[in-house]
Structures are given as structure tokens and as C-alpha cells.
Design a protein around this ligand. Sequence first.
Ligand SMILES: [Fe+2]
Ligand SMILES: [Fe+2]
Length: 164
Amino acid sequence: MSTDAIVLLRDDHKAIRKLFREFGKTGSEAAKGRVVDKIIEALTVHTYLENECMYPEVRKLVPELEEDILQSFEEHHVADLLAAELATMKPEDEHFTAKATVLIENVDHHIDEEENEWFPTVRERLGRKQLQELGARMQELRKKAPTSPAQPSALKKAVDAVLA
Ligand SMILES: [Fe+2]
Ligand SMILES: [Fe+2]
């Protein structure tokens, strides 16, 4: 099986976009909630692999992509915040579908930029062997990747409870 980093990330993107389409076709609130749970899990794992492995490596090895990487980190951050909020909401909340839709639109645009604007340069510059090694490292990381977003508000509540 290929462990080419770009192939692996593109496979993730495909699975994530499949969930996005599923969300678009889903009618009931309960079903929407289940799809959003899957979206949040898939995004949390994928973002972790990119943040911990792909992005820092690309930043180091392909300095001309520095700006793209920094922007992509910020896009991850926005998606993380939305995902963390969604994870605490119920599907019947009037903001739930709107927030999920904004998350989906943001990530969809982000994936387009990765695949079209800078992955091709990474492939050109890194070559097959380096991409295979990078991918193998990502597959190792996947085993210990978090599956749900960090909850700053939950953490704060716990700290407040201790201090009260
Ligand atoms: Fe990304
Ligand atoms: Fe990605």
C-alpha cells in the first residue's frame, strides 16, 4: 500500500467531502447530528496529522510555501473553533445547521487550496521517497490522533468548579 503523504491526505479529503455531501442530503435533526459527529471526528484526526507532521515538514523543506502554510494553519484554527462549538451543541439548536454549513464551506475551500495551490509544489519539491516517509510517519501518528476537539469551555468550567 502506498504511504505517499499527498495520496493519504487526498484520501482523507475524499472521505471528508463524502460526509459533507451526506450532510447536505440529510433531513432529520437526529441524522444531521450523527453526520456532524462523523465530520468532527474526521476533521480532528486529519487536522492533527497536517498540523503535527505535514505542515511543519513542508514549512521546513519548501520555504517558498511559508505564507500558504501560515494561512492554512489559521484556516485550521477557524475550523477547530467551529468544530469545538458544534461538538457542544444539539442538532435542534437553531444555530446548529448554520454553523455546520459554515464549517463545511470553510473546509471545502481550504481543501481546494491545499490540493490545487500548494500540494503540487510539495510533490515537485519533495519527490517520491520523501513523500513516502512522510506518509508513513503520518500513519503512525494517526494511531494516537485525538478524535474529538479540545474544549476550552469545558476546561474553563472544570477549572472554575475547582476554584469555586
Ligand atoms: Fe488542512
Ligand atoms: Fe487537508
